[in-house]
Write a protein that binds this ligand. Structure first.
Ligand code: PLP
Length: 709
């Protein structure tokens, strides 16, 4: 054993710790493979948690294993890539600002969906926040996220044999998580406090590194707090409206206070949805304490805040009764020097109306210099919804714009797909995700032959089916049913595979596909042109209607006519989503317009060669161009829901029977579906460069973050 190798292994071990405590690995498959190689069992059992894998290995084992030179070199090359990423100075942001920008963006969100091993998200809003952060890092923004550390996270879904959803809330094992307690130089937790009612509640925070970005997760689970305050941050959107207000006090007011403890003074506060809007009141308190009068202080807060709204219906906005707010905000209100009426006025559309509730969206709109919806249609709907509040007769005059959502392409990309693009576009394309010229090349069959696209599709569909069979096997084993007898009849690797994965909110109309049951059975069971459907999704724990939808679909999957052809996968999360979005041929989305403010899952399939079949709502209304997928129905909707449902389902069946299924099975003498592949090219070329978070974050920078105040 020579000393040089010993020195290298020690450095590589240090490097592994840097890697394991930075979620950069979540969008770099080479890094994931390192941890998977270290302990495959731990990798799987920890839900792919690099930190847990590393901490499960003794120093002794690491030293020994890294003496295998090829392994060591592999690890060194990954660490080299990571260190180079972290040190990169010529980022998009540096280039954009010419390097003379002293800004810092604080992004507040009640949830962050970063990886399956950290279940601190419930759905699309959290995924968006996670993808926003990853792109902020890739683009080099000075960026801090703030959220809550939900010890029990969001629930895991289990289905009973009759298809009813049950929830469990496993504890996040913080010691094995990539989130590290924020401490002072003596190793003691840094804490801050907020007033809740008459009490003082204290909290600490965990730090997550996400590439170059940082997220602080606040946690009230401290010994000095009363028991019920320790539980405030335990579940994502847990409990009743009292818990909700308390969570929002911690997030908004506590978040700003914690940043101050770290001597952080962001120049922009971005509220991702209204949950964090109390932050504006803490900023207001600071400015009043500096001796400004109320008007000046309001104005100064407004200059620092931007707000993104996600909710297209009035009922979706957080509203709290005057009593509840008076009770919980008492201590804070006093420190602010406002009376009850004055405080309530900030969250009321009509400040003088004593009966009006306190709306977090109203607070956010009132205290931001700019606000936006998350798609063009959602921007318009939001302007209509808030025109009265702004006192504008014409909604067009309401100062709410839109920035359409995106996805962090690299984080959603299957390994197989990544290799495909490396092969055809070289290794540099990952830096040019939003460059249209790069993706124009996809239309060139010389560069990428049809056969290669079709081979990719087959490979990805096969990967998905094997995954589904593994998962269904677990579901079978729990119920004691015999899996071996049926496993090969679960999904057909040659069949047109349609995916539907999303929260089971009722407006998403999951069971709509089955409205004309006999017609559907015929479609699915056509022996020459079989069709199969894969469903997944969680219903909110208190949403019995959503749970009934799940049960209905599980029931179809058990119907002998549809067994193995309609499959419901349990526990939809980032991992399940990642498998589904890469393997399906068609992604079905049937929201009731205009309820899907943007939707993002359909964007994730495009890089893998999947095609969208969706209502013209949210992003798809902008993405669809007639040749790159299919639109169900028109760019309009009726207020008569029953009528609209009926129309939408008829259009859906027509599209499937007359276009989607025939095109998929229209093969030439080489077995190639030329028309289908042409549509895939169109989809990639037109959608990849637009619907990603690099484009989205760069728009936030130019239009909202970087505007001279
Ligand atoms: C992408 C994603 C969502 C959001 O999808 P929508 O299309 O907005 O419904 C929700 N949950 C998970 C796990 C996702 O990956």
């Amino acid at each position: 054993m020579n000393a040089a190798i010993l020195e290298r292994t020690e450095q590589a071990i240090e490097g592994l710790y840097r890697l394991a405590y930075n979620l950069w690995w979540t969008w770099n498959p080479k890094a994931q493979d390192v941890f998977k190689a270290l302990s495959e069992r731990k990798w799987r059992s920890s839900n792919h948690n690099a930190t847990a894998v590393l901490l499960s290995l003794s120093r002794q084992e690491l030293r020994a294993r890294l003496c295998e030179l090829e392994f060591l070199e592999w690890i060194e090359s990954v660490i080299g890539e990571f260190d180079a990423y972290m040190a990169k100075e010529d980022t998009w942001y540096a280039d954009h600002t010419g390097g003379i920008n002293g800004r810092m963006i604080a992004y507040f969100s009640a949830e962050f969906g970063l990886h399956e091993c950290l279940p601190i998200y419930s759905g699309g809003l959290g995924i968006l926040a996670g993808d926003h952060t990853k792109s902020a890092s890739d683009l080099g923004l000075p960026f801090i996220g703030v959220s809550l550390f939900y010890r029990n996270g969001y629930f895991q879904q289990m289905l009973s044999p009759d298809g009813w959803q049950h929830e469990s809330y496993p504890l996040i094992d913080q010691k094995n998580s990539p989130a590290k307690l924020v401490t002072d130089e003596n190793g003691n937790a840094i804490t801050a406090t907020v007033e809740i009612g008459h009490s003082i509640v204290s909290f600490h925070a965990y730090r997550l590194n996400v590439g170059r970005a940082v997220i602080y997760l606040l946690d009230t689970n401290r010994p000095e707090n009363d028991l019920h305050y320790r539980e405030i941050t335990s579940r994502v959107y847990g409990g009743d409206s009292t818990t909700r207000v308390m969570q929002e006090i911690i997030l908004g007011i506590g978040g700003v206070r914690f940043l101050r403890k770290l001597d952080r003074h962001p120049t922009v506060y971005h509220m991702n949805e209204g949950h964090s809007a109390f932050l504006t009141l803490e900023l207001l308190r600071e400015k009043l304490a500096e001796g400004r009068n109320k008007e000046e202080a309001d104005e100064a807060v407004r200059r620092e805040c931007v707000f993104t709204t996600h909710t297209p219906v009035p009922a979706g906005h957080d509203r709290f009764t005057p009593d509840l707010l008076d009770h919980l905000m008492l201590g804070f209100r006093k420190s602010l020097g406002l009376n009850h009426q004055e405080l309530m006025a900030y969250g009321r559309e009509r400040p003088d109306d004593d009966h009006e509730t306190f709306c977090m969206t109203v607070l956010a709109l009132r205290m931001s210099r700019t606000a936006n919806g998350v798609s063009e249609l959602h921007g318009r709907i939001s302007r209509e919804m808030w025109s009265q509040f702004y006192g504008k007769e014409d909604p067009a005059d309401v100062p709410i714009g839109h920035i359409t959502n995106g996805v962090h392409t690299l984080g959603w990309m299957a390994q197989r797909t990544r290799q495909f693009w490396h092969k055809h576009l070289g290794v540099k394309w990952i830096y040019y995700l939003k460059k249209e010229a790069i993706w124009k090349q996809v239309s060139d069959p010389e560069l990428i032959p049809d056969e290669e696209i079709w081979a990719l599709r087959y490979g990805l569909r096969r990967d998905l089916i094997e995954y589904v069979r593994r998962m269904v096997r677990h579901q079978f084993h729990r119920t004691g049913a015999d899996f071996n007898a049926v496993q090969d009849s679960i999904l057909n690797p040659d069949a047109l595979t349609i995916g539907f994965g999303r929260r089971f909110a009722t407006y998403k109309r999951a069971p709509m596909f089955f409205r004309d049951f006999n017609r559907v059975v015929d479609m699915i069971n056509n022996t020459d042109r079989p069709v199969q459907l894969l469903f997944a999704g969680k219903a909110h724990p208190r949403d019995d209607m959503g749970k009934k939808f799940i049960q209905e679909i599980v029931g179809y999957g058990k119907n002998p006519a549809l067994f193995g052809k309609v499959v419901f996968l349990e526990n939809y999360d980032i991992n399940v989503a990642r498998h589904m979005i890469s393997g399906v041929d068609v992604w079905l989305n049937t929201p009731r317009r205009p309820m899907e403010a943007s939707g993002t899952s359909g964007m994730k399939i495009v890089i893998h060669g999947g095609l969208n079949l969706s209502i013209q709502d949210g992003w798809w209304r902008e993405g669809f161009d007639g040749s790159n997928g299919w639109a169900i129905g028109e760019d309009a909707h009726s207020d008569d829901q029953e009528y609209q449902d009926e129309q939408d389902v008829l259009r859906l069946y027509e599209l499937l029977e007359q276009q989607v299924i025939p095109d998929f099975y229209d093969r030439d003498e080489f077995g190639q579906p030329r028309k289908w592949i042409q549509r895939i090219r169109k989809s990639m070329e037109t959608l990849i460069p637009r619907f990603n978070t690099d484009r989205m974050v760069s728009e936030y920078v130019s239009r909202y973050y970087d505007v001279n105040q």
